[in-house]
Design a protein around this ligand. Structure first.
Ligand SMILES: C[S@@+](CC[C@H](N)C(=O)[O-])C[C@H]1O[C@@H](n2cnc3c(N)ncnc32)[C@H](O)[C@@H]1O
Length: 177
C-alpha cells in the first residue's frame, strides 16, 4: 500500500481495529459501503484480500489494480439484486451506514465461522448532529436482536460517547453459526 493507503488504514474505526486482530489469517473481507475504505485498508495492511463496495469509489482510485483488492461500484438501495450473489466472506464490516433491507444479505454474506463487525449511529444521535433521519439510526438493541439467532455475539455496546466527539453509537462483533 502507498502512503495514502497506509494513512487511510490508520483511520480505521477503533472497534474494527480491536477485532481485526482476532480474524483468521488470510480471511477475505467485505467492506460494505466502504467510503474511502479506511476499514478495508486496515485489513489489507494485515494481509487480507478485501472487496470494497460502495456506490461511489472515487476515494479508492489509489487501490485500483493492487494485489488483494477488488473494487465494486453498486447502488445498494435502489432495489437492484444484491450485487454479490451467494458469495460469502470471512469478515464483513459495515460502519457508519444503515440500510435495513440489506440485513438478510449481510447475514448471508458472512461465512459460517466468519466475523461480522457492525458499528453505526444509534437513536439519540440526532441531538448531536447528523444523521437525524430515523431510517439511518439504529433502535436500542437493534443489532443484537437482528443477529442473535444466526450469530454468536462476542461483544455488543451502545450509548452516548464523548470521544472522538459526542455521538450515540451501537456496535457489535458476532461470529456466524
Ligand atoms: C458515512 S459513509 C461511511 C463510509 C465508511 N463505511 C466509513 O465508516 O468510513 C457512508 C457511505 O455509504 C455510501 N452509500 C450511500 N448510499 C449508498 C447506496 N445507495 N449504495 C451504496 N453505497 C451507498 C456512501 O457512498 C458512503 O461512502
Amino acid at each position: 500500500m502507498d502512503s495514502k493507503g497506509e494513512a487511510g488504514a490508520s483511520q480505521a474505526s477503533a472497534w474494527i481495529r480491536r477485532w481485526a486482530r482476532h480474524v483468521q489469517t488470510g480471511a477475505d473481507m467485505l467492506d460494505l459501503a466502504c467510503g474511502s475504505g479506511r476499514n478495508g485498508r486496515h485489513f489489507l495492511a494485515l494481509g487480507h484480500p478485501v472487496l470494497f463496495l460502495d456506490i461511489d469509489l472515487s476515494g479508492l482510485t489509489d487501490l485500483q489494480g493492487q494485489p488483494g483488492v477488488e473494487l465494486l461500484a453498486a447502488d445498494l438501495e435502489n432495489g437492484s439484486p444484491w450485487p454479490l450473489g451467494n458469495r460469502q466472506f470471512g469478515v464483513v464490516v459495515a460502519t457508519n451506514y444503515l440500510w435495513r433491507p440489506l440485513f438478510p444479505h449481510v447475514i448471508r454474506a458472512t461465512a459460517p465461522g466468519g466475523l461480522l463487525l457492525y458499528e453505526t449511529f444509534l437513536r439519540g444521535q440526532e441531538n448531536h448532529g447528523r444523521p437525524t433521519n430515523p431510517d439511518f439510526l439504529l433502535a436500542e438493541n437493534e443489532l443484537f436482536e437482528r443477529l442473535k439467532d444466526s450469530f454468536h455475539i462476542l461483544a455488543f455496546e451502545q450509548g452516548e460517547e464523548t470521544e472522538p466527539k459526542p455521538s450515540c453509537r451501537q456496535r457489535i462483533a458476532a461470529v456466524k453459526r
